[in-house]
Design a protein around this ligand. Structure first.
Ligand code: MLT
Length: 315
């Protein structure tokens, strides 16, 4: 029987010990004086677990929970109507998610997300002197924004630079994706660095509403690394639960299987995507290895408010 972590997918096709068609099974039933089951045509099909796509018209709604786990391969794929009742993860593996997670893991008090550099400059100018230090960070075209303290490379966000500080961040796609899901019940920032920790935070609330993993993409195009990051989180969710009633959409299964196929060679896989190629062209190839380091920063990064303030959660 084919198995995946926590999942058994195929129908039972062989006879088991309680199957009257099996001679061994028949002998056990006879020894214990138990009548065989009626013919199999009148019995429930011997499906061990049934995972169904809730978007599929054939879904009968009986075997699945009422909530679903979905991957939006771009923010524009989101169904805004379900946000208020959903827990959402924003994924920009190269590199906004990885930079935010690294900054928090290295002691930043919070990371505030802004749509554009002007909004960062305004926030910095209005920053109260009495508050802890504010650091400006972000990129356009992968490169540091003029006049900003830091770019968007996780290696810049070291403990000696960010400890205790608030980072004011704007990136091309990642921070905008986070702004697009304002209004969701819970918002997390996830990536390969914190996939397992993020999965653990999601697990507790899988039944409260939908779980949406939102890939930031690059300039409106699907980004391989973001889908792999979503797959990594799904991998850890399915590995940690034996629940048979989880309903994954087909894009969620695609992400899951994509991650499974490259999980032992993530740095190489990330180099082959357009985002990886952009970083290589910008002379930032070493960032790819940094962002591909699966579960190397085991923290939960949760966003609250507007503009979103991302903080390390104790979950
Ligand atoms: C983005 O938000 O578009 C990315 O993080 C770009 C980058 O790699 O700096």
């Amino acid at each position: 029987m084919e198995t995946l972590p926590g999942v058994t997918l195929r129908r039972r096709t062989c006879c088991s010990d309680d199957d009257p068609k099996s001679s061994h099974g028949a002998k056990i039933l006879k020894d214990f004086g138990i009548k065989p089951h009626p013919p199999s045509a009148s019995r429930e099909p011997a499906v061990v677990h049934r995972y169904q796509n809730p978007y599929n018209a054939a879904w009968d709604g009986k075997a699945c929970g009422k909530t679903m786990i979905d991957v939006a391969v771009l923010p524009t794929w989101l169904d805004a109507a379900v946000l208020a009742d959903a827990q959402v993860v924003i994924l920009d593996v190269l590199r906004a998610s990885s930079t935010i997670v690294t900054a928090l893991a290295n002691g930043a008090a919070e990371v505030r997300l802004f749509a554009n550099p002007e909004a960062v400059r305004t926030a910095r100018q209005a920053w109260p002197a009495a508050e802890a230090q504010a650091i400006t960070g972000g990129e356009r075209g992968c490169l540091k924004i003029s006049g900003f303290d830091l770019g968007n490379s996780p290696v810049e966000y070291t403990p000696d630079v960010v400890s205790g500080a608030t980072v004011l961040l704007s990136t091309t796609n990642g921070t905008r994706a986070a702004l697009a899901v304002r209004g969701a019940r819970d918002i997390y920032i996830g990536g390969l660095l914190n996939a397992e920790a993020t999965a653990a935070a999601l697990l507790a609330n899988l039944d409260r509403g939908h779980t949406l993993l939102v890939a930031a993409g690059t300039d409106g195009k699907v980004a391989l690394e973001d889908v792999l990051g979503a797959g990594a989180i799904l991998w850890h969710i399915l590995e940690s639960t034996y629940r048979a009633d989880l309903a994954l959409t087909d894009t969620a299964w695609l992400a899951y299987h994509a991650f499974g196929s490259v999980k032992k060679r993530l740095p190489a896989a990330l180099r082959l995507g357009a985002g990886g190629q952009n970083l290589i062209r910008a002379g930032l190839e070493s960032d790819i290895d940094r962002c591909a380091a699966l579960n190397s920063q085991p923290i939960v990064a949760q966003a609250h408010g507007d503009p979103p303030r991302v903080m390390r959660s104790q979950k």
